[in-house]
Structure formats: C-alpha cells, structure tokens
Design a protein around this ligand. Structure first.
Ligand code: ISE
Length: 331
C-alpha cells in the first residue's frame, strides 16, 4: 500500500464496536473509518451518523466485499467470527478479530488452515494485553533474563458486572481466554494441561453460573499459572498479573497511578470496565494493526495464537464440567 490511509470497516456496533469505531475515527494515525456493519441496521446507522461519510451495512459480508474497505475490524459476537474471518481471507483483506477467534478448536483450526492455504498472513487476534504498556514492560523484563527463569504466574481477572446471559462457558471463552494468551506469551510455551475449579459461587452469580472460577494451567516446562476469573465481582474492573521468577517477581495492574486523599479515605479509582483500563492497549493494538496492514504484514497475536487459545478453552470447558485436569493437545 502507498501513503494512503487504511480504509477500515468495523463489524459489530455493540459497546466495544462503538469504542473501536471512535478509536479508528479519532485516535489512530493513517486510518479512516469508512463503514460499519451490524444486523441491527438502526443501531449501525446511529453509530455511522456520528462520523462523516461512513457507509452502513446490515450484512457484514457486504462490508467485507466492498472494494472501498481495505481492512476489517471484527467486533461481532464470537459465534459469527468464523464466517466473517473466512470471508476476509477469501477477499484478501487484513483483519483484526476480537477474541475469541472462534467458538471452538475445530473452527479455529479451519481459520488457520484457510489463511495458510491463501499463502498470506492476514489475521491479528485481539489479545490486547500484549499491547498494554505494563504487560509489555513485564514481558521485556522477563525476556531480559535478569530475573532468571519464570516459574509461576498468578492472574486476577475481575469484572464488576457482565451483560445478562453471561454463562459459565463465556467466563472461560470470553474472559479466561485473555489469561490463556498472556501465559502462552509470557512463558513462550504452550499450555499442556488445564484445570478449571468451581469455588463457592457469589450470591450475585447468574442462575446456574459458576462465578468465580479458578483456573490452573500447566506449562510445557512444568511451570504453573493460576487465574481467578470473576464475572460479577461488584467492585470494579481489576486485572492483575504477578510473575514469579527465580530471582524476583514482577506485578502489573496494581492501578497505583493516581493516588487521591479525599472524603476521609485514601487511594485511587478502579475503572468500571475494560474499555477504560485497557484504553491505551487498545489504541496501541489498533495502531500496530493499521501500521502493519499498510506495510502488508501481520504483527501481534496470530491466527495460530487464536487457535491455541481456543484449544485450551475447549479443554477448560471440559474441566469445568468434570472438575478434572484435562490435557491440551494442539494439532
Ligand atoms: C470481555 O469480553 C473482554 O474482552 C474483556 O477484556 C474481559 O476482561 C472481560 O472479562 C470479557 O467479558
């Protein structure tokens, strides 16, 4: 591509789709928001009306096929990702697909194979924590070797609340999937076994929902990682990670940036949700995607990373149902 801005179409106009549309329109260099698509055409039109010259499609496949769209940001629900990502591959368009890549291992593998068959990497998966400045600094610190070998990782992932209908399976596939990627990335190894335990549920848990959950990953080297994943913690959005290595440890997500003393209390604010906590990570992720797409390459989490996370989550769901450790087998 030449010096022209990347013409981006956004599929899905829910809260994260609207957030990404705003980002592309106002905060990302060398990109233009040119189209939005959603089966809820009215909502899509309302979003488009906030910007100049943004076309509206009810059918996402029409947006993908539009020759005036160079690259596609998929922010639709996971169960339609496979069809949409495959259409982007067929159209030869770069795509940033929000997690999960697809709903299960078999469909994620189909995506990986379709991309390979096309002979060209086109897919980045939206594991934005890799772009968060704190997570990136932790990764660099661990990779420097100064702290010795990484032995243990402890993650905390708490949502204040989740939309109605958020199931136990979604806690694994939509929330825990981030820690699956974080651990594969920090260790630079695959997860070989997953156990998902069901602690006593919060009384605010949805009907029949296992909330919170505790996941244990066994890594190839034998190292372990733990994650508390909580859908309705009630408090605020909290994501922390502590990595314990042979000669020290690194913690991110303490949120100790701004310290306030007021109203007989001291401390700082806890954000309501991930859009605020990870705003910089999302900006940097989308900018990296735009820059790479303009150069004709893919950076960041790949389709294979999305596939590996799907395999781990599928095993995690089996473990959630049985309470037993489940081996993770990648093709
Ligand atoms: C949500 O879908 C996200 O992707 C957030 O990053 C995650 O923290 C949250 O748990 C998910 O529900």
């Amino acid at each position: 591509m030449t010096g022209a801005a990347l013409r981006v179409g956004v599929i899905g106009v829910g809260r994260m789709g609207a957030d990404h549309a705003q980002r592309v329109a106002h905060r990302i260099a060398n990109a233009t928001l040119v189209a939005v698509a959603d089966p809820d055409r009215v909502r899509a039109a309302e979003l488009a009306a906030q910007y100049d010259d943004v076309r509206v499609f009810a059918d996402p496949l029409d947006l993908i096929a539009d020759p005036r769209v160079d690259a596609v940001l998929i922010v639709s629900p996971g169960f339609v990702h496979e069809e949409q990502v495959l259409a982007c591959i067929a159209a030869g368009k770069f795509v940033l697909c929000e997690k999960p890549l697809t709903m299960d291992a078999a469909s994620s593998l189909r995506v990986v194979e379709a991309e390979r068959a096309g002979g060209r990497a086109l897919i980045q998966v939206g594991f934005m924590r890799r772009f968060d400045p704190e997570y990136a600094a932790m990764k660099a610190m661990l990779d420097s070797g100064d702290l010795g070998r990484l032995l243990l990782v402890h993650n905390i992932h708490r949502n204040k609340d989740v939309p109605a209908g958020f199931t136990s399976e979604m806690i694994v596939r939509d929330s825990l999937v981030h820690e699956v990627d974080v651990c594969r990335w920090l260790f630079g190894e695959e997860i070989t076994e997953i156990t998902v335990l069901s602690p006593a549920p919060t009384s605010y848990a949805g009907e029949g929902v296992v909330d919170p959950q505790v996941a244990i990953f066994r890594m190839e080297s034998g190292a372990l990682a733990t994650t508390e994943v909580f859908a309705k913690s009630g408090l605020g959005y909290e994501v922390r990670c502590e990595a314990s290595a042979e000669r020290g440890n690194v913690t991110v997500g303490l949120g100790s940036g701004v310290f306030v003393r007021a109203a007989n209390a001291w401390g700082g604010a806890i954000p309501d949700d991930f859009r605020a906590r990870f705003a910089t990570a999302y900006d940097d992720e989308v900018q990296a995607w735009v820059d790479a797409s303009r150069r004709g390459v893919v950076v960041g989490p790949s389709a294979y990373d999305g596939y590996a996370a799907s395999v781990v989550c599928e095993a995690g769901l089996e473990s959630l149902a049985s309470g037993s450790p489940i081996k993770v087998v990648l093709s």
